[in-house]
Design a protein around this ligand. Structure first.
Ligand SMILES: *Cc1c(COP(=O)(O)O)cnc(C)c1O
Length: 460
């Protein structure tokens, strides 16, 4: 049968947008391991998590059985402001590569925050507002999550306090000012506004901060103020759930034209965009309806999947957060200073970790100069300036398309293009000047992180 001519962009009608998120845990035989209380080592239940997280979000976090969860109308209305996002046929990239492969990408950068993170930010802000809270606190590293959350909070008239890793606060003033433009208060972390911040500053005066430290401050700020809760932009089950809007739209768009992908590729920092993109397809694989290849792409300088351990670990450096079972490099792990491409978190979503552990998904690590070379080629032929994070997926999509050129196979490749890179021009500058280098940690480099993993009976 001749297939319909595939347009450059497959858009959906508003009426075709998903009205429910899909919870892939419902179809997993081996469920992701529960969060543990670091003091008692007991699984954290609803009541344990209430001081930190919003009530409805805790229910979503703990729900391993409900396959479809309704998206409230207010969130659907917000989604309509910047969704559905296009599924683009990368005709120009295919031509450039001279490959028989068919390449598609789902582009999530078409909103001011510039990434997929808005999909979960609006959901988390909505549930906080519905609970009658005054505001939310969070941390941000490079700033994409803080920006998305600021936009969502502005829309719902909710207070937003962002702890921004100090070196980013100083080096990325534009992101900081976007957040402030949307009404958020932005504090460089570590700061004197929290007990843990004061302690860290006393011990390490002049420190430029870290994500793990900013998390500890944001959690303290939420739990020590009436009417505030903490929210997080990745890693958690609830975030992955909200991000399934990406995969559900992708599936509907592909189905419209009878396209069946052979492989689905995404970059993995904490795993939320990749998990959201692959969930509906993974559901089919788990139910035995169809087989796909799923490929997680991570930086060789922060290789959680490919070289990490599957173990219970802390989510933050302050060790105040629950323990999660995941592929991890240890909460003390910090990528080498030359690392410029994002995706620097030490751990990984528990859901994706379990799927990977069960052999349902693959992972590859790529070096950053190769990533930026792919980003540049992509920008020149497809027009979009990709975020360095997204470019990890571009790299592997290109590599797979080049393999097809060798073998003559007409494989269909879908990858997630999570965002734009306008605020990453220092990294691009380094690459353009030929000053970017690769550093792959040695086993020796990784050892201290692993040695810092919590040890207790049954933790592995
Ligand atoms: C945050 C971010 C990522 C990585 O986060 P995940 O939770 O792994 O999806 C990837 N791309 C962009 C543009 C981001 O902002």
């Amino acid at each position: 049968m001749m297939s319909k001519e595939i347009p450059y962009k497959i858009y959906l009608e508003e009426s075709e947008m998903p009205k429910q998120w899909y919870n892939v845990r419902a179809d997993m035989k081996n469920k992701p391991a529960p969060l543990l209380n670091p003091a008692t080592l007991q699984p954290m239940g609803y009541e344990d998590l209430r001081p930190v997280f919003c009530d409805e979000l805790i229910k979503q976090e703990l729900d391993d059985t409900t396959p479809y969860i309704d998206i409230p109308q207010e969130i659907l209305d917000f989604y309509k402001m910047y969704r559905p996002s296009p599924l683009v046929r990368a005709y120009c990239l295919e031509k450039k590569l001279d490959t028989p492969a068919k390449i598609y990408y789902k582009f999530e950068g078409n909103n001011t925050s510039g990434s997929h993170k808005l999909n979960s930010a609006i959901a988390q802000a909505y549930y906080a507002k519905k609970q009658g809270l005054k505001g939310v606190t969070t941390e941000t590293g490079a700033g994409q999550w803080g920006t998305a959350l600021s936009m969502a909070c502005a829309y719902l008239d909710l207070d937003c306090k962002v702890y921004m890793v100090k070196c980013s606060y100083e080096q990325k003033p534009f992101r900081r000012e976007v957040m402030r433009t949307y009404g958020a208060s932005v504090t460089p972390s570590p700061s004197m506004t929290t007990e843990i911040g004061r302690k860290i500053l006393a011990e390490h005066p002049g420190t430029s901060g870290s994500l793990g430290c900013a998390i500890s401050e944001a959690v303290e700020a939420a739990t020590h103020q009436e009417g505030y809760r903490y929210v997080l932009g990745s890693v958690l089950n609830q975030v992955l759930l909200h991000q399934t809007v990406i995969g559900l739209e992708t599936k509907t768009a592909l189905d419209k034209y009878g396209i069946v992908p052979d492989m689905i590729i995404g970059c993995a920092g904490g795993g939320s965009n990749l998990g959201g993109l692959i969930s509906p397809f993974m559901g089919e694989k788990l139910r035995g309806e169809h087989d796909y290849r799923f490929i997680a792409v991570e930086p060789a300088s922060c290789p959680s999947f490919t070289r990490g351990k599957f173990a219970y670990d802390f989510c933050d450096t302050g060790m105040v957060c629950p323990l999660a079972k995941m592929y991890t490099l240890g909460s003390g792990f910090i990528p080498s200073p030359n690392h410029a491409g994002g995706l620097r978190y030490h751990g990984m979503s528990s859901i994706l970790s379990q799927l990977y552990h069960d052999g349902l998904m693959e992972a590859v690590a790529v070096e950053q100069t190769e990533v930026f070379a792919a980003a540049e080629m992509f920008a020149r032929v497809e027009g979009i300036l990709p975020a360095p994070e997204s470019s990890h997926a571009i790299r592997v999509a290109i590599d797979e398309a080049l393999k097809c050129k060798e073998t003559g196979e007409e494989k269909t490749i879908v990858f997630g293009l999570t965002g734009t890179g306008y605020f990453d021009m220092y990294a691009y500058e380094k690459f353009n000047n030929g000053e970017m280098s690769d550093y792959i940690p040695t086993d020796e480099d990784l050892k201290p992180g692993f040695d810092g993993l919590p040890k207790f009976p049954g933790c592995e």
